[in-house]
Design a protein. Sequence first.
Length: 219
Amino acid sequence: MTLADILDIVFKRIKILVIIPVVFFAASMFYGFEMVAPTYTATTTFMVLNQTYYDSITYNDLMIGEVLISDYQFLAKTSTVYRKAAEDIQQDVSDCSVTISGVENTRMVKLSVTSRRPEVAANFANALTEELTQRISEIMKIENITIVEPATVPTAPSGPNKTKIVLSATAVGGIMAAGIVLLLEFMDNTIQSSDDIEKYLGIPVLAQINKLEDGGEGR
């Protein structure tokens, strides 16, 4: 297939190639900006570290720290910690999601709570951090746990990524439109022009009668 053939297909099916992506774009705009509720993320930071070892952190210490993050993630989701934190703030936390991660090359730990309600996100992050650090101290016998930065009420939404939603939907619409065009071309075995006669039948065209416009009869 030559470039001329491709361009011919594009111009012939231009409506499909334009309308479908535009429809997907409009639908994703409506969904992303009107239907999806924004979410807010509040983050606390705390440190689990014995002061006597602060000046001698080794690579192995950091590796152990990464393993401990998994322990903290598990502890935060246990009923002892999670339910107690929810009871402390006396708010519904059913829409809250919790993530715990380490700050690279440190023993700092970040606990983030995402919710559709910014106040709940901040309150639950602080309560959960209090309960979690207390539980870590009890189980791991670590006394030096410091909350470095408590959560504050977020003022800007953290999600959803509306730009990503729109771009992804538009790209899907473009791919679908291209697929439909290819399918139509594959299924279309009709003769459209004199060039098709020569190309597919190998018969030279001796003459061509143009289509008469309306009102051209009898001329």
